[in-house]
Design a protein around this ligand. Structure first.
Ligand SMILES: Cc1ncc(COP(=O)(O)O)c(C=O)c1O
Length: 417
């Protein structure tokens, strides 16, 4: 029986365990000195002035919406190809989602459709680009539109910690550096490129937003003497805002500090794996991959492929103990959104077509070349065993390959391909 290969897995080692143990032996378990240490390291790693660590990516998004002041009567643009949390976070604040379709190649918000939505609806106050799979959305175009229409960009970078990207002028940016989004939200869930178990953060260059986020994270409570409306004993605090407990623990922050030190290496390995997949699949008919930026500095969280035979491919891989996953069923088709906001099929055709074809293959830094070869062989063999499908419909994604290509190179994958 072959060993099960999951689609994602954390890379946690002895150093994380030692640092967490140190915290367990200290006086602080919940938010203590490790949290600001982690925040400083995270801000430096992203190139932002501030980072506010929170309990998870959902809280990062929710508090970012709150800090931006979105509430009833406001609307925000969100792509349907995302985890439900992106839209939910805004709805929990009382704002209304405007689902805008994705670009079918990059799988991120389509700026032309964003512009149309902004022109049609003056109540839109925020744009939530999702850097799907680690690939940055078209931030320069979105920022131009946001500035023109008085909206702010809040980046959902839950997939994209560690991503760097190059703008048209040749300047490199780090996701979370605040150059385009006023706030950038991260998740440190175990399948992500770095983890704290559960965990998240918001980065920003705006000190007022950072202060607001930090207050909301802990019930909107302050003990800062200069801000108190009355003076009382040392026990006294005041609540100035309606917040929540969204704190990260010191144990998680200690783990995050180690993961941050490893992040560049983890991202490099992810990119290597993605590039090898891309080479191996370049001539497989009826299979295509997410468009890569050039040059590519992405920290790839997901290896997304698309094929009209997605369901059969999923089953074929599962039969060989290879895990895969679908990211994502379009949020506007979720029953809650259909019933509450009247959304439905046909609203975002690119996201709907994409969903029917999408599959995320195993991608994680501790995956070795042999693990990857197993996946590549299984995928290639799947298409080689179905020549009739490939020959009748292969032209649909036409990459100019002849039919012989799909039989080529099924073996010998353990070396470089
Ligand atoms: C795109 C996206 N946004 C938000 C979230 C929410 O993050 P968390 O699970 O840490 O709450 C996730 C996590 O899966 C995600 O993938």
């Amino acid at each position: 029986m072959k060993r099960f290969l999951p689609y994602g897995r954390q890379d946690v080692g002895g150093e994380e365990m030692r640092r967490v143990r140190d915290v367990l032996e200290s006086d602080w378990l919940t938010q203590g000195p490790k949290v600001p240490e982690f925040e400083a390291a995270l801000a430096a790693s992203c190139g932002a002035a501030h980072a506010v660590a929170v309990a998870n990516g959902t809280m990062a998004l929710y508090l970012a919406f709150r800090a931006a002041g979105l509430g009833p009567g406001d609307r925000f643009i969100v792509p349907p190809t995302t985890f439900v949390a992106t839209a939910n976070a805004g709805v929990l604040c009382g704002a209304e989602p405007v689902f805008v379709d994705i670009d079918p190649e990059t799988l991120t918000l389509d700026p032309a459709r964003v512009e149309a939505a902004l022109l049609a609806d003056p109540r839109i106050r925020a744009i939530l680009p999702v850097h799907l799979g680690g690939r940055v959305a078209d931030l320069p175009a979105l920022k131009q539109l946001a500035d023109r229409h008085g909206a702010v960009i809040i980046e959902d970078a839950c997939h994209a910690i560690g991503t760097r990207w190059c703008d048209d002028g040749g300047a490199w940016h780090r996701v979370g550096d605040g150059s385009h989004g006023v706030m950038t939200c991260f998740s440190f869930h175990p399948v992500k490129s770095m983890t704290t178990g559960e965990g998240g953060a918001v980065t920003t260059n705006d000190p007022a937003l950072a202060e607001k986020l930090a207050g909301l994270r802990t019930h909107g409570i302050t003990r800062e003497p200069s801000r108190l409306e009355r003076q009382d004993g040392p026990w006294y605090y005041e609540m100035h805002d309606l917040g929540i407990n969204a704190r990260l623990t010191d144990m998680q922050a200690a783990m995050g500090l180690v993961q941050l030190q490893k992040l560049e290496r983890l991202c490099k390995r992810r990119l290597e794996l993605v590039q090898r997949y891309d080479r191996a699949f370049a001539r497989v008919p009826r299979l295509r991959v997410q468009a890569r930026p050039q040059p590519d500095g992405s920290c790839w969280h997901l290896m997304i492929v698309r094929t009209p035979e997605r369901d059969a491919l999923y089953r074929a891989l599962a039969a060989q103990q290879i895990g895969s996953q679908v990211h994502y069923y379009p949020v506007h088709l979720q029953p809650y959104y259909r019933h509450r906001f009247g959304t439905g099929p046909g609203l975002c055709p690119a996201a709907e077509t994409y969903y029917n074809e999408a599959l995320s293959l195993p991608l994680f830094p501790t995956m070795n070349d042999a693990d990857q070869s197993r996946v590549i062989k299984a995928v290639r063999r799947f298409f080689a065993d179905r020549p009739e499908v490939a020959m009748t419909a292969g032209a649909a994604i036409g990459d100019g390959c002849d039919d012989g290509d799909m039989f080529h190179g099924l073996d010998g994958l353990d070396g470089h391909d």
